[in-house]
Write a protein that binds this ligand. Structure first.
Ligand code: PLP
Length: 296
């Protein structure tokens, strides 16, 4: 059996600083001393799934919705399905160990494991969240970016895994960098046939003539746990909700827009492609109060 030899580079790119300026170019490490083996398919192919769960005052939010999506994503990748009792216990354990903090997150990761091992790798970690107050109170700017797929991609090409929360987020991060290059805070993906999809890490919710509208979830986007709870809030308030195909004209005509996601919660959109958009800050505050006080 070939032994695995691992070298960890001190400075993998000259465009970035060394990890330790006084150390050698690389060091050999014993892979089994590490939690993650270098051949893990989650690392070398992004072949795995994850969830990021908001934790408020030590309590994971929308936990069952996240676990259900974790299973759904794993199923879409033909991964061994997660043992939910074990994951639930692990999530609760890491949350219980956190230093008391108002807002934190727990991240669950399930990969296909080392090629040929037949054993998936799984871990969960929790940490304090960054401050989302500016995004929630001052709003964010977005640019629309073509995702390069039609709105029916999930049905025509399921192997593209649109709608699964996979570890392959390099495209989402590249879109975010492109948004930054264009002077915006985030990107909003659009299909090649003109329908608005989702943000790089969030769903779109629009206020339209007193209703809340979000893009249909069968068009290759992630079904958001936060969006579902925003709709639960709306229903409690007697506000009508609907899932629709949303065009760029619909987006521009909406009374208010939000990107909603775990951790950041509801961030009002203050401009789209450089054009100012009206915000509903009173509704934003109500929605965020509701989201942050969820009991489950
Ligand atoms: N869409 C994408 C692409 C995401 O990555 C995320 C969250 O990470 C969402 C939507 C929002 O999902 P949730 O509200 O469950 O966090």
């Amino acid at each position: 059996m070939t032994e695995t030899v691992l070298a960890v580079l001190n400075q993998p790119s000259r465009d970035a600083a060394a990890h330790d300026p006084s150390a050698d170019a690389f060091t050999f490490e014993a892979p089994l001393d590490h939690q993650l083996e270098v051949q893990d398919l989650g690392v070398v192919r992004g072949d795995g799934v994850f969830e990021t769960i908001t934790v408020v005052d030590g309590r994971p939010q929308a936990l069952e919705a996240h676990l259900a999506r974790f299973v759904r994503s794993a199923g879409m990748l033909d991964l061994p399905l997660p043992d939910l009792d074990a994951w639930r216990r692990a999530i609760e354990a890491v949350c219980a160990e956190l230093d008391p903090v108002r807002e934190a997150f727990a991240k669950t990761v399930l990969t296909r494991g080392v090629e040929g091992s037949g054993r998936p790798t799984g871990w969960v970690y929790a940490a304090a969240s960054g401050d989302s107050t500016p995004a929630r109170t001052e709003g964010i700017s977005v640019v629309t970016l073509d995702r390069g797929y039609r709105h029916d991609v999930e049905r025509t090409s399921p192997w593209l895994l649109q709608g699964a929360k996979t570890l392959s987020y390099a495209v989402n991060m590249a879109a975010l960098r492109e948004a930054t290059r264009r002077g915006a805070d985030d990107a909003l993906f659009v299909t090649t046939d003109g329908y608005v999809l989702e943000g790089t890490r969030a769903n779109l919710v629009m206020s339209v003539a007193g209703r809340l509208v979000t893009p249909r979830t069968d068009i290759g986007i992630l079904a958001g746990t936060t969006q579902a709870d925003v709709f639960r809030f709306a229903e409690q308030q007697g506000i009508e909700t609907s899932y629709e195909l949303v065009t760029m004209d619909d987006l521009r005509a909406a009374d208010a827009l939000w990107l909603v996601s775990s951790v950041r919660q509801a961030a009002p959109i203050r401009s789209v492609d450089g054009h100012e958009h009206a915000m509903d800050l009173a509704m934003t505050e109500q929605v965020n109060d509701f989201l942050l006080s969820r009991e489950s």
